[in-house]
Design a protein around this ligand. Sequence first.
Ligand SMILES: [Zn+2]
Length: 283
Amino acid sequence: MSSVLDIEHTTFAIMGPLAHTPTAAMPCHCVIFHLSDRIILLDTGFGVREMEEPGALLGEDALWRLAPVVDRRLTALSRLESRGIAASDVTDIILTHLDSDHAGGVHDFPNATVHVCHEELESFDGTRPRGPYKPYQLPHTTRFKTYDRTGEVWFGLEARSLRLPGDLDAKLVMLPGHTLGHCGVAYREEARWTLHAGDSYFDHGVHFSPLAPALPLEIAFQASAPARLASLGHLRRLKQEHGEEIAMFCTHDQAEFEHWTAGKGRPDPISADIMAMAAGSRE
Ligand SMILES: [Zn+2]
């Protein structure tokens, strides 16, 4: 059985600066699991296609609202290839949800199995329109493994254990609201759990304060306000009651991203370079 050699935090997209969020830039915090014989990705950011045709594929409205940095080097495929890792080495992709800034890179790994919550795929395929869902990103040829309710519980939250190759112990943790089937992904790292909370919150400094306001971006993209607030309540409880046992981060919090990368002795030279160039071009 393949073993986990390394767990790497990275960003596969940079957005912003945005006037309506508290940070100057938003990463798309993803995880690369390096196993002895394969790579497993947790979320994929935008893919190569979005970097080549951003206006045509994402739409001018998304470019205006999210201001993604257009640079192919940010994509999962480019980052892996630059280190001699082939696309075919990526055998599995876990997605928190199917918005375009999380599922865009799936296209670049056509041999990978995509692991996603049943309700999220049902919502994606449903008739209720959602701007960030981009049907072109997940064609009928995508190989999905979906996960339905089993009664499993993880620290009081509904969970679904992922059937992954190797000995990566990971679960989908139901945190709906941003999308109807939105999940966090919990994975065990030695004796401790880490929870990627996806887009269930955007800024740890705001959302874990006693009177947490919602950011305009969250309201604009929420599928269900009551579900989103309930999920946020669950995360607050996890932090209060199990903060020693569970490390947590979300997708788009720049300060958290810096803590998990530079703060762990892993500065990201690509992101730093691109951020410096973007800052220069915007002056
Ligand atoms: Zn997102």
